[in-house]
Design a protein around this ligand. Structure first.
Ligand SMILES: [Zn+2]
Length: 89
């Protein structure tokens, strides 16, 4: 079982990664330094739907939709393991 978690590096970059529940660190998407998982419950769609930050929500939804589309494409072509490899980076 994998979940979407936030990882934050020492420079404050936030990366989203699909990882197993026990994975605590992942390379930063931006600078490549080790990023530590932000301690929080696994994300659901509703967590980001808030009227307080419409821009952030819009950005997140776009990013999320793109992510999902890529994942579904990879899954259709190569099965679930292909999506995992793509997201693992
Ligand atoms: Zn970074």
């Amino acid at each position: 079982m994998r979940f979407l978690y936030d990882f934050r590096c020492d420079d404050g970059h936030i990366s989203e990664e699909f990882v197993a529940e026990d994975v605590r660190t992942s390379p930063c998407e931006v600078c490549g330094n080790p990023a530590t998982r932000v301690i929080c419950a696994p994300r659901t769609r509703l967590n980001h739907i808030s009227g307080d930050f419409p821009k952030a929500t819009e950005h997140w939804v776009k990013k999320r939709n793109k992510h999902m589309a890529l994942e579904q494409k990879a899954t259709a072509n190569h099965g679930p393991d292909a999506a995992w490899d793509m997201n693992r980076r």
